[in-house]
Design a protein. Sequence first.
Length: 155
Amino acid sequence: MASLLSLTQTQPQRTLAPGEVLITEGEQGGELYVLETGRLIVERGGVKIAEIKEPGAIIGEMSVLLGNDNSATVRADRAATVRVIDNAVAFLERTPLVALHVATLACARLDATSALLVQLRRESAEKAGDQSVINRIFSALLTPPPPKSGWAAHE
């Protein structure tokens, strides 16, 4: 499968200075970004949850696919360059290989998250602790809310 960098080579670039915000949590999304160079920090609720430094990494897919506001803030940790995909749903409809990349990424993240939750549940059971939070997380993963206006609304 072709890389996201090669599949998005015609998209405009945006350069970010260190500390500059690319995406703000709670604001309306709709754009996808593909990291070319640099390093980005992802924060949700003021807590750092990820670091993105791999060229070709995609950013903004959750708000695009779910039709929700941005779920996290993404800022440049150091100078960075991204490719900007405006009107991302229409772009995904026109470029099925990019859509496949995004779907594969989402599935890989869900798989990794569920594996961590299984490990956490086992460790919690060994300690005989309260599992209500873990049970709520599993329930949320198994019963996602219906999409609002993202990808599914365009089917």
